[in-house]
Design a protein around this ligand. Sequence first.
Ligand code: ZN
Length: 432
Amino acid sequence: MDPNWNEQLLSFISASPTAFHACRNLAQRLEREGYTELKEQDAWTLSPGGRYFVRRNGSALIAFRIPKGEFKGFLMMAAHADSPSFKIKEHAAVPTSGMYTRLNVEKYGGMLCASWMDRPLSVAGRAAVRENGRIVMRLLNVDRDLLLIPHVAIHMDRSVNDGKKFDPNTDMLPLFGDAEAAESFDTLIAETLGVNREDVLATDLFLYPRTPGTVWGAKGEYLSSPRLDDLQCVFACTEGFLRSEAGESAPVLCVFDNEEVGSGTKQGAGSSFLEDVLARTAESCGRDLRRCLAGSFLVSADNAHALHPNHPEYADRNDRPEMNKGIVIKYNANQRYTTDAVSAAAFAELCRRAEVPTQRFTNRADLPGGSTLGNISTAHVSVDSVDIGLAQLAMHSAYETAGAKDTEYLIRAAEAFFGSRFVREEDGVSLL
Ligand code: ZN
């Protein structure tokens, strides 16, 4: 166990308050590792042994390597860079009671509202800025404690501990300042960007929690931070991808945006992004895409629910994921998770050989559960696929908790997967 993994994970998460920042940080990391960025609007000439990445919308990224010899297919891992948050409306300032200025926000994805209250928040995202007659996209992060959503005191609402309903249009507006602050939000954004206020043409700005990540527990066994779902998987898949050895298949790392709102955007798993990149890669290498896909495998990596200490009754009676006990393979009869006997066996065997423990997750038969990237991706790129994740508590809280050992397990599994050989036989598949 390398104790630095958790430190590196927390520093990646803290530098990635939005999917735009996560994507930029990954691009910089890939460039340092010798990867070349390709643009979708350019012609691609790919070389054997080449390392490449493509970005879409500045918030989704696909990285891949071309094997030296004729390659048999793609070995893909997919995770998502977005997390539930609150998006700031363009006309943000809300003067309130002659005393305060709040910001006008709406929900992005399905968060645990209570967890966002009474903790310091800030603002990050991107802005379209007019610069020398052009419109350029700039990332920004107001990197200081700036906002807070205050709870109503228990003396004023005695029902608050008996199942509180949060109305996003009333209860979740963050406090920004006193009455005089009404004019200053747009100025703050322009100043953060270092431009004139009238040159900020449009924005995609989100709230993010400022509470730093930490390792805690009797033996330091837990890790808490904002955005563990799904930046823990993004981080681990990326590290495994970079450490993996060249094999006979092309390793492909996919980081999508907008999973929390259904993936149906041009940069989401429901878009043509992955299919476009694979088709162009196959074409540039003189390979038939359909034959390549028949020899490909996808691991969809998105965090899973650990057994809750106060509410074990929400877990399935047999499959009860535990933090620090390795990778969770997720099953669902209605195929919200793509795992089937073939893909589960191939992936679990790969983990066993890499000495990475695995466990299983299924929802209780009377709970619908969530869905994720795998079935959305495979509707576009139809390959054998398994859904996995790392066990965590309080998914979609502003401050989530996972196992301190599990990040390394996923890094090792990803490294083994990307360097493996996918074998399709008449009666099954294996990752050797
Ligand atoms: Zn997720």
